[in-house]
Write a protein that binds this ligand. Structure first.
Ligand SMILES: [Zn+2]
Ligand SMILES: [Zn+2]
Length: 111
């Protein structure tokens, strides 16, 4: 799906809240390569869906950016990500300052 096609769909679905918008983006574009990891569970950094867990050792994180990781590998993978992965995802290398003040979105708007 191209940016234009995505924007077209978005314009036809008015009044989306943040969470619905994120789920719609993941439904259309696939989950982001930016993930969050908590106790071995891997979730999508955009829509919070559970993608898998690393406990069984069968989740491949080589092409993923782990939020808050900021290691060399994560930064390198991040450099290669396109808008599909960055859209509506909070900056993975900026800490959240609690619930009220969150890290900024990478791509709040496409246009
Ligand atoms: Zn997702
Ligand atoms: Zn890393």
């Amino acid at each position: 799906m191209t940016k234009d096609q995505f924007l077209h769909v978005l314009h036809n679905v008015p009044d989306l809240d943040e969470a619905s918008r994120a789920r719609l983006a993941c439904a259309l574009l696939g989950h982001s390569a930016i993930v969050e990891m908590c106790f071995g569970q891997v979730t999508c950094a955009r829509c919070d869906a559970l993608l898998g867990d690393t406990i069984g050792g069968c989740f491949d994180l080589r092409d993923k950016v782990i939020r808050g990781h900021a290691c060399e590998k994560c930064r390198k993978v991040f450099e290669g990500l396109g808008w599909q992965d960055r859209l509506y995802v909070r900056d993975p290398f900026v800490e959240d300052f609690g619930k009220e003040q969150k890290a900024p979105y990478l791509l709040e708007k496409l246009a």
